[in-house]
Design a protein around this ligand. Structure first.
Ligand code: MTE
Length: 360
């Protein structure tokens, strides 16, 4: 099995398609996640792309459809943004601990990473194609071929045109100053900050401006949220909430569940992330299961990027439940319990993150 440029400690959840996440403690060693520690979420094998033959097509409700080579894309004005990607399935293991989620990757809390993305603004490209602002959607289609229900198809998803024209969405060819790797979408991917990771379509093949959201399987069916009584047997797909912006979330990355720690002062650390371009404003940590809280120290706030946090607590001898919760600029915060959030696809778990330790 190839390691796809990942760290030897990378937790491979699945070799094919390649799915993995870094160990929690390593994830928060860096404000900008190194490529070797950046989670990888794939629904199919990576497509092989011959750079010389590559074309990106922009079509649909545009006056001048485009077909651009990589050199033509590289010649457009380049921007660089920091943005955190988070999979809608992040923290699924906590949902699974409540009730099984069959057939989905059991992500811990590390299906998240923060990168510097270099590329072209989607809005600028669409303006060059003569798009007219309006209540439309921009659908992305990837070059990968997902084998599901008989006929292979490319992974896809859409974002509202307004978000693209706002300058929020990038067509990225660089990640942390380097060309994208195969695992992360070489030669070109969408980066849709503040939205579920599934909208950041990799190995981009075409972009279509259209009246309705993408009808791709990964938007029409998967990545929808259902109440706890719905399951694979009784699901009515169109009724599901079409996931879009991320909710506010946070996790304790160190110490780890079940750790034995010396009694006395202990440093807790982790990440916090808000969706939709909102900032994380406050992170509360608790050493007593959420009865009392103290405010964590936060790394600087940047729109669309996570904030790393740390807090110093004093632990007496015994068993303790450490908890974290974050607040965003709209005063959204995380729900206390995981049970009401459970859904059969295992998405969007943002319940308080809890870690049990024993101080000796
Ligand atoms: N794009 C394509 N073409 N195929 C995929 O399987 N996975 C999506 C998204 N883009 C996917 C894709 C999902 S679910 C997530 S969370 C992000 O890519 C993960 O990006 P990463 O692998 O670079 O971390």
């Amino acid at each position: 099995m190839s390691d796809h440029g990942k760290h030897p400690d990378f937790i491979v959840q699945q070799a094919m398609p390649f799915n993995g996440e870094p160990p929690a403690a390593r994830l928060i060693e860096h404000e900008v996640t190194p490529l070797s520690l950046f989670f990888a979420r794939n629904h199919a094998p990576f497509p092989t792309v011959e750079p010389g033959a590559y074309r990106l097509r922009a079509q649909g409700q545009v006056e001048r459809p485009l077909s651009l080579s990589l050199d033509e894309l590289y010649a457009l004005p380049k921007v660089e943004i920091a943005a955190t990607l988070q999979c809608a399935g992040n923290r699924r293991t906590d949902l699974i601990a409540h009730q099984p989620v069959p057939g989905e990757v059991p992500w811990q809390a590390q299906a998240i990473g923060n990168a510097r993305w270099g590329g072209v603004r989607l809005g600028a490209l669409l303006e060059a194609a003569g798009v007219r602002p309006g209540d439309a959607h921009v659908a992305f289609l990837g070059l990968d071929q997902v084998e599901k229900h008989g006929a292979p198809f490319g992974f896809g998803g859409s974002v509202p045109l307004a978000a693209a024209l706002h300058g929020e969405v990038l067509l990225a060819y660089e990640m942390n100053g380097q060309p994208l790797t195969a695992a992360h979408g070489f030669p070109l991917r969408a980066v849709a900050p503040g939205r579920i990771g599934a909208r950041s379509v990799k190995w981009l093949r075409e972009i279509t401006v259209q009246a309705a959201p993408s009808d791709n399987y990964y938007q029409a069916k998967a990545y929808r949220l259902f109440p706890p009584d719905v399951n694979a047997g009784n699901v009515d797909w169109p009724k599901g909430l079409m996931l879009d912006e991320l909710s506010v979330n946070s996790a304790i990355c160190t110490p780890a569940e079940g750790d034995r720690v010396p009694a006395g002062p202990l440093r807790l650390a982790g990440y916090a992330m808000a969706g939709g371009g909102r900032l994380v404003e406050r992170v509360d940590a608790s050493a007593d299961g959420g009865t009392s809280w103290l405010q964590a120290e936060l790394s600087p706030a940047t729109r669309h990027a996570w904030r790393l946090w740390h807090a110093q607590i004093d632990l007496p001898t015994g068993n303790h439940e450490l908890v974290v919760r974050a607040w965003d600029a709209a005063a959204n915060t995380q729900p206390e319990r995981v049970a009401p959030l459970w859904n059969f696809k295992g998405y969007m778990n943002n319940a308080w993150h809890r870690v049990r330790v024993r101080a000796t």
